[in-house]
Ligand binder design. Structure first.
Ligand SMILES: NC(=O)c1ccc[n+]([C@@H]2O[C@H](COP(=O)([O-])OP(=O)(O)OC[C@H]3O[C@@H](n4cnc5c(N)ncnc54)[C@H](OP(=O)(O)O)[C@@H]3O)[C@@H](O)[C@H]2O)c1
Length: 388
């Protein structure tokens, strides 16, 4: 069968999936990131007795898990209420990187089938389930339910959070030096494209010099910023604002790389920023990227580590599409477009999603803490100047 015929047959099947289904619904796939902590949230006994390695091993044989029903989400624009479900793919990020791609696809597709059985009209892929392989394309092709990775809205929320953090730290964005770590990734590329319109100087950081240069050459035509590529992390010392979004399974940003008073917005899950940064650098603001307020009296009936009423941007994209009635494959693949990023942002704003306050390593960041970081940064800069 020619590809276009197969594609249109699949699109028809997806439309048919949504006919006569009554309630508007969504499902979102989560998975353990910090193995012991996250398994304990659903299975306290297993989380207590199994080691991280054992959880990794047993997750290979575990079936998809029903987590909870989500209720109360209500559009501020239309008053429409929807319901959803959290379902879990048992693999950890390490497992998803170690196992053959087709084994991982199979498990995510199996989890997607659970969403279909529940009656979901759109399915969101959380964390590494959207990173694996071709970023959702194979998964969407195998399922009847439409699929989105949530990456388009993640881009906009990450860039907005960096802008807001710059404002509270008195860093003038248009005169700033910004760095994107993981710049060649799906999310990193469009973040880089948006930031190249604003910053004075922009570092594109990644692992492959060749890919970085390709991205720089593509952006250079329209960019306002001076663009500099680097495959080394030590250039971070020049940046005041850092957006980090790699798919590394270990932290990549350590305290010695960072200049006093800088802001790091960490969008990656697992995190890119080492916990050591919080422990030893009280002159730096590290914020978790991608947290938004959800409209309506939402109850997730599951603690995924955020305060009540807040969600990851990728979850919010899935929910916004359900509120809008856009039951179609939306963000898929490694090449996101700015148009989609702007479209889903408008949709989310209309229904009442808002950038949430700052959190850092799962804790709220208070105004007092920001003030302390500013003061410590000023002292550290003075000390450096005296030493030089
Ligand atoms: N907070 C949220 O709401 C949210 C939503 C969606 C995704 N995420 C997270 O965002 C992250 C990125 O997702 P993505 O879809 O953009 O992934 P991706 O397309 O695979 O891109 C990942 C990027 O990270 C780079 N990278 C991988 N390992 C690295 C390492 N050890 N050191 C330095 N760079 C490394 C890759 O470089 P190469 O090009 O050399 O491979 C690539 O540029 C993931 O952690 C994911 O869980 C968060």
């Amino acid at each position: 069968m020619p590809a276009c015929t197969r594609d249109s047959t699949r699109a028809q099947a997806k439309r048919a999936w949504n006919l006569g289904n009554g309630l508007d619904t969504f499902a979102f796939i989560i998975h353990p990131i910090d193995a012991k902590r996250d398994v304990s949230r659903k299975f306290p006994f297993l989380g207590r007795v199994l080691s991280e390695r054992q959880i990794d091993f047993f997750s290979t044989f575990f079936p998809p898990v029903y987590i909870s029903e989500i209720e109360g989400i209500t559009s501020q624009a239309t008053g429409k209420e929807i319901k959803g479900w959290f379902i879990a793919c048992p693999y950890t990020p390490r497992r998803m990187m170690e196992l053959p791609e087709r084994t991982v696809y199979r498990k995510i597709i199996q989890t997607g089938r659970l969403a279909e059985k529940l009656g979901a009209q759109i399915l969101g892929l959380g964390a590494f389930t959207s990173v694996v392989g071709d970023a959702g394309i194979t998964i969407a092709n195998a399922l009847d339910v439409p699929v989105t990775t949530g990456d388009s809205y993640t881009v906009m929320v990450a860039v907005d959070a960096l802008r807001e953090a710059a404002r509270v730290m008195d860093i003038p964005f248009k005169r700033s030096t910004v760095a994107v770590v993981g710049a060649t990734g799906a999310i990193g590329q469009v973040c880089t494209e948006l930031l190249a319109d604003e910053a004075e100087r922009l570092y594109l950081i990644g692992r492959s010099q060749e890919k970085l240069e390709g991205l720089r050459d593509r952006l250079r035509v329209h960019a306002r910023s001076e663009l500099i590529v680097s495959a080394k992390m030590d250039v971070l010392e020049s940046a005041q604002l850092i957006l980090t979004v790699t798919s590394a399974i270990h932290d990549v940003i350590r305290p010695e790389f960072l200049q006093p008073g800088s802001v790091v917005c960490d969008v990656a899950r697992p995190r890119d920023v080492s916990a050591m940064v919080a422990a030893v650098r009280d002159d730096i603001l590290v914020i978790d990227g991608g947290m938004v307020d959800v409209p309506g009296p939402v109850d997730f009936h599951f603690n995924f580590g955020f305060p009540p009423g807040k969600a990851y941007a990728c979850m919010a994209e899935t929910i916004a599409l359900a509120l809008e009635g856009r039951f179609e494959d939306y963000t898929l693949g490694k090449h996101l477009t700015r148009e989609r990023v702007e479209e889903v942002d408008a949709m989310a704003k209309k229904h009442g999603f808002r950038l949430s306050g700052f959190r850092s390593f799962e804790r709220e960041v208070t105004e007092q803490q920001i003030e302390t970081v500013r003061r410590n940064a000023k002292n550290a800069r003075t000390l450096r100047a005296v030493r030089q």
